[in-house]
Design a protein around this ligand. Structure first.
Ligand code: SF4
Length: 64
């Protein structure tokens, strides 16, 4: 799986970091930083939750 971010949509809510701190980092008052754009499959539940709960739908999950 591969994560893409639309930084125009990201508003720094940090829900993604809450769900998957191994993959997303959101510094205070900044936009998301994807630490691992192609995370291992065992992180799928956390990553899927992060994508689902992003309030601005800035995250997309692509399968190869
Ligand atoms: S949850 Fe969405 S809007 Fe919030 S920091 Fe993550 S990507 Fe950005």
């Amino acid at each position: 799986m591969r994560i893409t971010v639309d930084l125009d949509l990201c508003q720094g809510h940090a829900m993604c970091e809450l769900e998957a701190p191994e993959v997303f980092e959101v510094p205070p008052r900044q936009k998301v930083r994807v630490l691992d754009p192609e995370p291992a499959d065992d992180l799928r539940p956390q990553v899927t939750a992060a994508v689902r709960y992003c309030p601005t739908r800035a995250l997309t999950l692509q399968e190869p």
